[in-house]
Structure formats: C-alpha cells, structure tokens
Ligand binder design. Sequence first.
Ligand code: ADP
Ligand code: MG
Length: 253
Amino acid sequence: PEPGQLVLEVDAARKQFGGLVAVNDISFKVRAGEIVGLIGPNGAGKSTTFNLITGVLPLTGGKVSFMGGRIDTRRARDIAKLGVGRTFQHVQLLPTMTVLENVALGAHLRSDVSVLAGTLRTDRAREARLLHEAAVQLQRVGLGDYLHEQAGNLALGQQRIVEIARALAADPVLLLLDEPAAGLRYKEKQALGAVLKQLRAEGMSILLVEHDMEFVMELTNHLVVMDFGTKLAEGPPAEVQNNPAVLEAYLGG
Ligand code: ADP
Ligand code: MG
C-alpha cells in the first residue's frame, strides 16, 4: 500500500458474550505506515477487538474491512493469508525449538495451511526457503546473532521480538501486536519501541494494544482509548492524554 492509504477499517464492531458487551460498536481506522495504539484498562475489550479483526471470533454486529474489502465474513486463516499478521498477549514460542525454527513456522503459515512443526522437515527445498526467510526477518529485527539459540533461553523482551519476526515472516501488510511490552523492563521496552519505529519507517502498518499509556505515547501516530467495551476517545496521543474521560478511566477508576 501507498503511505497514508487506508489499510484497516473497523466499523461499529460489536461483540457480546451473553449479556456482556465486550466491544460496543467500536470504529477506527489504520493507515499505511502508521502505528495506531489501542489502549485501555484491563477488560476494556482490546484483545476481543483483535479477535474480531483476525476472524478468531465472529462479530455480533458491524464490519471490518482490510485493503478495501470486507474480512469479517472470512475465516481466520484466510484473513492471515490476506496480510493480517498478529502476536498474542501471551508468548507462544516453542521454547525448545531454535529461534530460527520458530520464525520459520510463521513463513510456513503463509505458504501452507498446516502449522505443525513436524511437517517442516518433509520437504528439503521448502524447508531451506522457509529457514532463509526466517533468517532475513530475524536480521531485520536485530536478532541475527540468536538464530540457533533455543527460544526459551532468550530474555522475555527478545522473545517478544522473535514473535514479531515470526509474524513478519508471513509477509503481512498490517501487524496486530497484543501487549508486546507487558512485563518488559525499561531497556527492553526501548529496544522493542525501536524495532516498531523501524518497521513503521519501512512502511508497515501496526495496531498496537497496550495497557501502559507511557509506552505508546511517543510511539504512536494515533490513539484509540477503550473502556468497558466503549471508545472513550481517539486522536493524536498528546491530545488524548489530556482528555478528561481518559484521565478518569486511568486514574479515577
Ligand atoms: P482486554 O484485552 O482489554 O483486557 P478483553 O478483550 O480480553 O479485554 O476482555 C473484554 C471483556 O470480555 C472482559 O470482561 C472479558 O472477561 C470478556 N471476555 C473476553 N473473552 C471472552 C469470552 N471468550 N467469553 C466471555 N467473556 C469474554
Ligand atoms: Mg487483552
């Protein structure tokens, strides 16, 4: 996509779990080359919003469009293949496999429907291609020195960046990151932030879920604030930061 082009449009997305309205008619947009922050207290509906965009959960109402076409009627696997990559709130690496193998599984996702580790070894040429692509992505995010380490031996901050590399290996247009900075130390957050800024400079579009307002403040172009499933505010970070309803949700609650 061209810089500034509309990549993702969430239009009055709604999700109810029985009587609970987890996502209450939420609308926002992500444009190419932009980091949009989706923030809010625990239980606000951020992860559920990700699950609606990625087709993990069906919507109760509203719609989601990606690169101009509706995706909320598609299956999760097809949405991923269209170019929506994601990481999960909890680290999902296979700790005893190498960093390189973990990332190769992401490239695998784009080329085939199965993500079973065992099938990686069935086709030598394909395996070599996937491992090469994985190495390229790990170098891109600054982890070229760790290719053959066991993933479980890396620091948490590095593991989170490996997960981003794995999502990148599927060649996404849009990356959805669910609390990648959670539990990280200051220096690790700085390193993660630097990777995200670099990806943005390369034209990647990123939707970043974050609990910690400070981390997103200097990183994002646009902020969407949720609380109890509802959009409280949206706009440039500096503006949103001083919005009374946002201050109330974060400090007054
Ligand atoms: P956040 O990611 O902002 O912390 P979530 O999207 O995980 O919030 O959750 C929003 C609300 O929806 C919470 O009240 C949560 O308990 C509820 N919820 C999330 N997933 C489910 C589910 N599968 N079934 C029932 N309730 C759910
Ligand atoms: Mg969450």
